[in-house]
Write a protein that binds this ligand. Structure first.
Ligand code: FMN
Length: 195
């Protein structure tokens, strides 16, 4: 039995990322976003949703570029800090002790110690309401080498990303459950069950 709790977005687990930008004064900034995800394969693209009032919002419009940085669980304090302080009046990377390095293609600020970072060139801006949806084409994907297997696939157990539950808390990823595009085959009609 489900209860209709109204027009709300509750109970929706999301990734947690830090968007990296450079403002009109050349200052680097990181802001924490939960509303983010992959949205296209060709060209490889990421969407992020940014409230119009954020300092990062103006910087993305001005530079037409941003980075997406995935923290590991050991950066949970720095991650939360970048979601409650604004780069408008604070040097967040320096205050949080987050090392910044320029992206190899666009020069956007990357969080050097996070396991995965993407450089994105802004391709679409969709005005939704309180937030603008920015779509960025991925032009480089930087992955900590020790996380990669021989096929350049990222090993989740080593990456230790954070999962976010809206209005609640950050969680660890948890154990690997089942292989994707695979475990569901057990329900394909015509396939023998069991065994
Ligand atoms: C867990 C968490 C998730 C957040 N997700 C978003 C988001 O998806 N979009 C957004 O605009 N702000 C989000 N915020 C708020 C911004 O990170 C926050 O307003 C920050 O101060 C903006 O920084 P800036 O002014 O330097 O851009 C989130 C904050 C936290 C703590």
């Amino acid at each position: 039995m489900k209860k209709n709790i109204g027009a709300k977005v509750r109970g929706f687990p999301t990734p947690i990322i830090l968007v990296g930008t450079t403002d009109e004064n050349g200052r680097h900034n990181f802001a924490t976003l939960a509303w983010a995800g992959i949205c296209c394969s060709e060209p490889p693209s990421i969407q992020i949703s940014v409230r119009l009032s954020r300092h990062s919002h103006a910087a993305i419009i001005a530079n037409k570029a941003f980075s997406v940085n995935i923290p590991s669980n050991k950066f949970v304090v720095e991650t939360d800090f970048c979601g409650i302080a604004s780069g408008r009046n604070l040097d967040k990377p320096a205050t949080a002790g987050l090392k910044v390095e320029p992206g190899p293609v666009l020069g956007v600020p990357l969080a050097a110690d996070f396991p995965v970072s993407y450089e994105c060139r802004l391709t679409h801006t969709v005005h939704v309401g309180s937030h603008d949806l920015f779509v960025g084409e991925v032009v480089s994907c930087l992955v900590e080498e020790s996380l990669l297997n021989e096929k350049d696939a990222v090993q989740a157990s080593k990456m230790e990303p954070l999962i976010y539950m809206t209005e609640d808390a950050y969680y660890d990823l948890g154990p690997r459950l089942a292989p994707s595009f695979n475990v569901g085959k057990a329900l394909m009609p015509g396939r023998e069950q069991g065994a």
